[in-house]
Design a protein around this ligand. Structure first.
Ligand code: HEC
Length: 152
């Protein structure tokens, strides 16, 4: 279907004749605007997409005190199966009173909050770790922690 020539088309054809093949029709330009906004939004939030492999690297900062192996406690309790677990629920780890009384369950959201600033989230915790300020690091790490489960 042929469109009638708009003044914009005319301007493009007369001022940039060599670029004609690059020029979108008017309606495509109008459709493209929200689409491009959406694409850039997706790229933007893509930075926060969870990546368990990247999270494994972040876990190195925890591994000095935490093992990912079931039943292996170090300075901190094993983080195997931690996602979904009640705080201070491993029977063989000497948790602080603060952690025992925190009344938390380690959902991804609660972990995200705790790992941002452990001392602020659970005042009196014995976990002496300053926290992860980068939301992307936390998201990746939590994605990795989620993989530390028995395979079904
Ligand atoms: C310097 C040692 C140390 C580092 C580093 C450390 N933790 Fe801990 N973590 C502990 C200790 C000790 C506890 C027990 C805290 C308490 O009882 O108050 C703990 C507790 C936890 C708990 C609660 C577990 C439960 O069974 O309730 C989670 C979750 C946790 N740490 C995650 C992490 C993650 C993830 C990292 C890395 C970003 C990390 N920790 C880094 C020492 C550490």
């Amino acid at each position: 279907m042929r469109r009638s020539m708009t003044s914009l088309d005319y301007m493009e054809k007369t001022t940039m004749p060599f670029a004609n093949h690059l020029v979108f029709p008017d309606n495509a330009r109008r459709l493209a605007a929200p689409f491009l906004t959406m694409i850039s939004f997706m790229i933007g939030t893509g930075a926060y997409a969870q990546d368990a492999d990247a999270g494994r690297a972040v876990f190195h900062r925890c591994a000095i005190c935490h093992s990912a192996e079931q039943g292996e406690n170090r300075i901190g309790p094993s983080l195997f199966g931690v996602v979904g677990r009640k705080a201070a629920s491993l029977p063989d780890f000497p948790y602080s009173t603060a952690m025992q009384n925190a009344g938390l369950t380690w959902t991804p959201d609660v972990l995200d909050h705790f790992l941002t600033n452990p001392q602020a989230a659970v005042p009196g915790t014995r976990m002496s770790f300053p926290g992860l300020s980068d939301p992307k690091d936390r998201a990746n790490l939590i994605a990795y922690l989620t993989t530390l489960q028995d395979s079904q």
